[in-house]
Design a protein around this ligand. Structure first.
Ligand SMILES: [Zn+2]
Ligand SMILES: [Zn+2]
Length: 341
C-alpha cells in the first residue's frame, strides 16, 4: 500500500548550515511520470554536494527541492511506458537523473558532459524522503544481500570516486596519491588497492589516517606532506584548491592529478617548472556516465568493499548535514526512514 503523504526534507532557503536551510515537510507521495518508477527509500547517503546545495554554493534549479542522490530502495510502482523494472526490484538512484541522448557528448559516450542533463536532488526531488521517482533507464539494479545502509554511499561517493580513478590514468600496479579521505576516497582507495596499486593517503584527519592504514594504504601523511615516493597519479578529494600545487609537485614525470569534487576553493598560482613541466596533467572530473556506474557497482559486487557509515534517522537529516559541515562524520552519513532505522 502506497500512502498518500510522506515525510521529506526540502531546501527552504539556501544558506549556511547554521541557519538551518533544510525544512522538514509533509508532502504528497509523487506519482511516477512516463518512463519513471516510484521508489520506496530504504536508505539515502548524505553527500558533500547536498551541503553545497543547502548552502547555495550550487544555486537551486527549482524552489523547495528535496536533496539526496544516493538512495537505495525498491520499486513501488511504475509510470506509463515504464516496465523494465518491476515492483519489488531493488534499485539505486544516483546523481545523474537524465541526459538528452542526442547531443555531441551523448553521441560519443560522454553523457556526463551533456548540457541538457538533469540531476537528482537538484533538478528533481531526491532521497531525503520516504519515496522518490526516477527515470527507470537511470536507476541501477543492486544486489539483494548487502544492507541498504552499506549500498547507499556507493551511488555517488563510490561511482564518482571511480570515475576520478579512471580520469587519473593510474597505470597498472602504479603509485596513487589520495588527498583527503572521506566517503568517496575510502571507497576509491580500496578499488585501487584491489587492482594492485600502491596507495599513499594524505589527509589532515588522524582518524582517517588510521582507517586508511586498516584498509591497506602503503603510507599515510598530513595533507601537505610529501608522499614517500613520486606518484604516477593522484586524486584530490578534499575541496581545497591550495592542495592542487601540493599534489602536482608530488607527481612523477608524466603523472596526472584528477580533481574529484564538484566544488573547489580557488587554486593558487602554479609554477610551470615545479607543478606542470615534464608532462604532468591536471584534470577535472564531471559527474559520471551510466557506464561508469555499472562498471563500479560490478567491481563492488565482485570485491566487497568496506563501507564506513554513520546512520541517522531520516528525521535528523539537518543534524547529519551539520555534522558533515563540521567534518564530524566518520565515513558516510546515511539517512534511514523510520521503518528501516
Ligand atoms: Zn546530451
Ligand atoms: Zn554526491
Amino acid at each position: 500500500m502506497i500512502p498518500v503523504e510522506m515525510d521529506a526534507w526540502v531546501v527552504a532557503r539556501p544558506g549556511p548550515v547554521s541557519t538551518r536551510p533544510l525544512r522538514r515537510v509533509r508532502v504528497p507521495v509523487p506519482a511516477p511520470g512516463p518512463g519513471e518508477v516510484l521508489v520506496r527509500v530504504e536508505a539515502c547517503a548524505v553527500c558533500r554536494t547536498d551541503l553545497h546545495l543547502a548552502e547555495g554554493d550550487l544555486p537551486p534549479r527549482r524552489p523547495r527541492t528535496t536533496p539526496g542522490h544516493e538512495a537505495v530502495g525498491r520499486v513501488a510502482a511504475t509510470g506509463p511506458s515504464a516496465g523494465r523494472l518491476t515492483p519489488g526490484t531493488r534499485v539505486g538512484v544516483a546523481w545523474l537523473r537524465s541526459t538528452c541522448g542526442r547531443c555531441r557528448y551523448c553521441a560519443r559516450a560522454a553523457e556526463n558532459l551533456c548540457p541538457y542533463s538533469a540531476y537528482t536532488g537538484w533538478h528533481a526531488d531526491g532521497g531525503y524522503a520516504e519515496y522518490l521517482t526516477v527515470p527507470e533507464d537511470f536507476a541501477y539494479r543492486l544486489p539483494e544481500e548487502v544492507p541498504a545502509e552499506k549500498l547507499a554511499p556507493l551511488l555517488c561517493a563510490g561511482i564518482v570516486g571511480y570515475r576520478a580513478l579512471l580520469r587519473s590514468d593510474l597505470p597498472p600496479g602504479g603509485r596513487l596519491g589520495v588527498y583527503g579521505f572521506g566517503a568517496s576516497a575510502h571507497l576509491t582507495a580500496q578499488v585501487a588497492i584491489a587492482q594492485g596499486a600502491t596507495v599513499h593517503v594524505l589527509t589532515r584527519s588522524a582518524t582517517a589516517r588510521e582507517l586508511a592504514l586498516e584498509l591497506g594504504a602503503a603510507s599515510v601523511g598530513d595533507a601537505a606532506d610529501p608522499p614517500p615516493e613520486p606518484l604516477d597519479a593522484a586524486i584530490l578529494f578534499a575541496p581545497a584548491g591550495e592542495l592542487v600545487p601540493v599534489a602536482l609537485a608530488a607527481l612523477d614525470r608524466g603523472g596526472t592529478l584528477a580533481v574529484a569534487g564538484i566544488h573547489l576553493t580557488d587554486i593558487p598560482a602554479l609554477n610551470y617548472r615545479r607543478h606542470l613541466f615534464q608532462e604532468r596533467t591536471l584534470r577535472s572530473v564531471t559527474a559520471n556516465t551510466r557506464a561508469d556506474g555499472r562498471e563500479f557497482l560490478g567491481i563492488a559486487a565482485a570485491h566487497p568493499l568496506r563501507v564506513a557509515t554513520t546512520p541517522y534517522p531520516l528525521d535528523a537529516a539537518d543534524e547529519a548535514l551539520a555534522a558533515l559541515a563540521a567534518d564530524r562524520v566518520e565515513g558516510a552519513a546515511v539517512l534511514l526512514p523510520g521503518r528501516f532505522a
